[in-house]
Write a protein that binds this ligand. Structure first.
Ligand code: ADP
Ligand code: MG
Length: 249
């Protein structure tokens, strides 16, 4: 890799109380790289990606995002955390939209509050991204009036309105009815085609095969194996990886 990584995770260890949830994590992500993270439930996937925008703190190791040091023995200034959160968008399994706000208001809130955009500027950006996720006609509805797939696309648009350099997805299709999975994956594919740096926790292995540059397999808080999808699926090296793939494929 010749370019500087946009995310650098070095020797990270993290505990919840006595329980070690992440062990010796090292991961460099290149700008524009698309990574799929998979592994059994409880293996630390969510914890790992939540560390990247500091929804979780780590007790040991270093995390650097676009040159901003997020961790320094567990301490990072509010300034660094704010700076990183401006660059990193996140989409969760449960869409986490504000139920009392319209789709448009959900999308304009953060840009107005933290970027200081005017209503008109924020509306314009929001409509641009609602078009990108193909639901501009839903702008004035409330989340409860939308399908799950539409709500998740709003959540993606809302994150994009902050013009992040990196998007983190934590099982974005796991809460959806099967017929809505594809519309959300298609939106993510569009983002990938536009060159977005993406880390996606997902068990959608079709998505991994067609979009990922690299698949990372986690078990028991460790990165057990990582490879380009063609190698990962054709010749998984580790017994735990084979077991996992045997269960989900
Ligand atoms: P995954 O996303 O791979 O399912 P998680 O990162 O959510 O895994 O969780 C990894 C482990 O850490 C699990 O055993 C989980 O119960 C535990 N865990 C997650 N969050 C917390 C927390 N806030 N406090 C204590 N334990 C937690
Ligand atoms: Mg999880």
């Amino acid at each position: 890799m010749s370019t500087e990584p946009i995310i650098r995770i070095e020797n990270v260890n993290k505990w919840y109380g006595q329980f070690q949830v992440l062990t010796d994590i090292n991961l460099d992500v290149a700008p524009g790289e698309r990574i799929v993270v998979c592994g059994p439930s409880g293996s630390g996937k969510s914890t790992l990606i939540r560390c990247i925008n500091r929804l979780e703190v780590v007790q040991q190791g270093r995390i650097t995002v676009d040159g901003i040091a997020l961790t320094d023995g567990g301490k990072a200034g509010a300034k660094q955390v704010d700076a990183v959160r401006q660059e990193v968008g996140m989409v969760f399994q449960q869409f986490n939209l504000f139920p009392h706000m319209t789709v448009l208001q959900n999308c304009t809130l953060a840009p107005m509050r933290s970027r200081g955009l005017s209503q008109a500027e924020a509306d314009e950006i929001a409509m641009k991204y609602l078009k990108r996720v193909r639901i501009p006609e839903q702008a004035l509805k409330y989340p409860s009036q939308l399908s799950g797939g539409q709500q998740q696309r709003v959540a993606i648009a809302r994150a994009l309105c902050m013009t992040p350099k990196i998007m983190l997805f934590d099982e974005p299709t796991s809460a959806l009815d099967p017929e809505m999975v594809k519309e959300v994956l298609d939106t993510m594919i569009t983002l990938a085609e536009d060159g977005m740096t993406m880390l996606c926790v997902t068990h959608e292995m079709g998505f991994a095969r067609s979009v990922a540059d690299r698949v990372i397999f986690m078990a028991d808080g460790r990165i057990i194996e990582q490879a380009p999808p063609q190698d990962f699926f054709a010749a998984p090296k580790h017994e735990k990886t084979r077991q996992f793939l045997g269960q989900i494929l």
